[in-house]
Design a protein around this ligand. Sequence first.
Ligand code: ADP
Ligand code: MG
Length: 256
Amino acid sequence: MSDKLDRLEERLDKARMRIKRSEDRQVIESVFDTKTLLTLYHMFNKGLLDEVNGVISTGKEANVYWAIQPDGTDVAIKIYRIATFNFKRITLYLEGDPRFSRIPKARSGLIAAWASKEFKNLQRAQNAGVRVPQPIHVQRNILVMEFIGEEGFPSPTMHQEAPEEPEPTRQTILKAVSTLYHEASLVHADLSEYNVMLWKGPVLIDISQAVVLDHPHSEMFFERDIRNILTYFDRFDIPRLDLDETITAIRRGDYK
Ligand SMILES: Nc1ncnc2c1ncn2[C@@H]1O[C@H](COP(=O)(O)OP(=O)(O)O)[C@@H](O)[C@H]1O
Ligand SMILES: [Mg+2]
C-alpha cells in the first residue's frame, strides 16, 4: 500500500515540476487536484505535453493555460475545474444531444463528458470549415488545442480589442454562425465578443455548450447568439443590421 502511495506521490511531483508556478498556491491547488495532476502526468509521459507555462485565463468553470509540446509547439490547454463546476447548467446543455444520450451521474464523469463535448464540437466546427482552435487531444477534464496567438501571447478577444475592420469581421462571424448551423448542425449558444478571438480574422472559441439543432432550445440560442453579435457591432460607425432580417437570412442560407 505504501509503495503504491509513494509511486503516486512521485508521479504527482513529476507532474507538478512541469507546471510553472505563475499563480498563487491556492489557485494551483484548486485547479491541479490529484486527478488533474495524474492526467497531466499521463500527457507528459505520452509526449503530448512538455510543460505547462503561464495561465491565460481563470474562468468560472475552467482555466486556460499556455503549454508547450515536446517539439516546441505552443498549445492551449483548458482545464475544467471539478470543484467549481456548475452541474445544473451543463445538464441543460447535454440534454437532447444524441451524442450524449447517457448523462453520467458522477461529477468527474460529467466533466469528462463536457470536455469531450467541447472537443467534438471543435472537430465538427472545423470539419464544416469554421475557424476554431484545432482540437488536439482530450482526456478527462483537460482539453488540448491549437494556441491562438504567438510566442505565448494569446490574441485578444473581441471584448479586449475592437476589430480593425468591423464590417467584414461582422460578416465573417455571421457566415461562421451560418456554416455552424447549416453544415455542422450546431448552435454555439454562448456567442459574444468574449468568445471570439481576433487572429488574422475572427476565431470562435469556448464551444463546450454548443448544442445540436435537435436540442429543445437550439432556435432560442441561435437567435440570442446573433443578437449578441449585432449588439456588439452597433457601437461601430457601420450600417446597422436588423436582427429579425439577419436571423431569417441566416436560416434561409443567405450567408454563404
Ligand atoms: N486556443 C486558445 N488559444 C489561446 N488563448 C485561448 C484559447 N482558448 C481560450 N483562450 C483564452 O482563454 C480565455 C477563456 O477561454 P474560454 O474557452 O472562453 O473559457 P471560459 O469558459 O472560461 O470562458 C479566452 O477568453 C482566451 O483569452
Ligand atoms: Mg469564454
